[in-house]
Ligand binder design. Structure first.
Ligand SMILES: Cc1ncc(COP(=O)(O)O)c(C=O)c1O
Length: 390
């Protein structure tokens, strides 16, 4: 039986719309909403349970670490992918070196580095150009040299849906003494990711897309070895050594002694990239989303998403769409299929009137089925798209 038939009831929105926009924002399972509501009610009835809620941050680090094969101490919980990437970037200074990025990255993962260059913190940013929706590995081989300090790529492109050959890029980067940073927002919960096997030194991902969690939260990963000598340029009270969470974990009162004000020693763990207080409701939602995802089995998930993607691409080809997502044979991709349209706003609005939800992006339409979608959802989308025309 298709996996989606078993899970449709977990997502209220699927009763109302044909939702094909998980690359924009995934649907929240009932279990996630219930957990968030319960915490909100408890907050209203009893007030803040600060120390208890901080332990959800610790659990989230562990659960996220488990998802990508990292340890709890290698994970930090931050307010967004953009903040997480900036926190990681602030632990580097490459005044005489360059950073290599891809034009298929989400804008944050390019703009951040351009700004560092403009501020004199990086010598050069090399933005690799796509060809048919892919950055060929050859382009990485040419661009990455001994003057490269860091390579920063998106595991799966938010736009073309292509999947980077992360292991090969990691090998090229490491051979040249450069680090690899990966934004895995469109990979996690679609394909299995193992930071150790993939050779990823740093990673960031949010929760509100394929992980079906809330907005306003993300996790970062930094490899243990790198943590020994990379500290952020900016730090908050949750990032210091002997911070409140470390005190509670040691069985102490979080305010037993004052925090030193004559220095700022970072935590030995990736907590050093965490700055201020988290939203407890959002942390709880992210935790439940991770548990839900893990409970559904990630290994088999890509197979069902991949079947939907194949049907979608074949169907779009049949009705004459100009698809920019590479064929699976050329690049395995993940859950995103993008094709050109004359007027994206009109196309997306017309589909919305017919209760089909997709995203418009720069004269293109992005369709992103998740494990909760069915073959019928794809048929419905294809029939309606054909009747609208491109
Ligand atoms: C790959 C990728 N990274 C980052 C972001 C933005 O994340 P945040 O808003 O948490 O900074 C997006 C948003 O669409 C994205 O697609």
């Amino acid at each position: 039986m298709h996996q989606a038939s078993n899970v449709k009831n977990d997502f209220s929105a699927l009763k109302n719309v044909n939702y094909l926009d998980s690359a924009g924002a995934g649907l929240p399972p009932l279990r996630v909403l219930e957990a968030m509501n319960k915490l909100t009610e408890d907050w209203g009835l009893n007030g803040e349970k600060w120390e208890e809620w901080l332990m959800n941050v610790v659990e989230l680090r562990s659960e996220f670490g488990g998802l990508i094969n990292a340890s709890r101490d290698e994970i930090g919980v931050v307010p967004s992918v953009s903040v997480g990437l900036a926190a990681l970037a602030s632990s580097f200074s490459f005044k005489d070196k360059k950073v290599v990025v891809s034009e298929l990255n989400f804008p944050t993962n390019v703009i951040l580095w351009q700004r560092m260059k403009e501020s004199g913190l990086i010598k050069k940013v090399e933005v690799l150009k796509q060809k048919d929706g892919i950055i060929p590995v050859e382009s990485y081989r040419k661009a990455i040299d001994e003057n490269t300090a860091l390579v920063s790529i998106d595991y799966v492109s938010w736009f073309s849906g292509a999947r980077e050959n992360v292991r090969e890029v990691a090998e090229i980067a490491h051979k040249n003494g450069a680090y690899l940073l990966v934004d895995a927002f469109h990979a996690l919960s679609v394909i299995p990711v193992d930071v150790k096997k993939d050779g990823i030194d740093m990673l960031a991902s949010g929760f509100y897309k394929w992980l079906c969690g809330p907005h306003g939260i993300a996790c970062i990963y930094m490899d243990n070895e790198l943590l020994k000598d990379r500290s952020p340029a900016y730090i908050g009270w949750h990032g210091i050594k002997d911070n409140v969470i470390e005190r509670i974990l040691a069985g102490r009162d979080p305010f037993d002694i004052p925090f030193p004000l004559d220095m700022a020693t970072p935590s030995a763990t990736a907590a050093r990239f965490e700055w201020g207080t988290w939203s407890p409701v959002v942390v709880k939602g992210a935790l439940e989303a991770l548990r839900y995802t893990k409970g559904k089995g990630i290994e088999s998930r890509y197979q069902s998403i991949s079947r939907l993607k194949k049907k979608l691409m074949e169907g779009l080809q049949d009705i004459g769409a100009n698809i920019i997502t590479p064929d699976e044979g050329l690049n395995p991709g993940a859950g995103i299929v993008t094709f050109a349209v004359k007027n994206q706003s009109e196309f997306v609005t017309e589909l919305k009137k017919r209760k089909i939800i997709v995203s418009g992006r720069f004269k293109h339409v992005r369709v992103s089925p998740h494990f909760y979608n069915t073959q019928d959802d794809i048929d419905d989308f294809l029939i309606q798209s054909k009747s609208i025309g491109f």
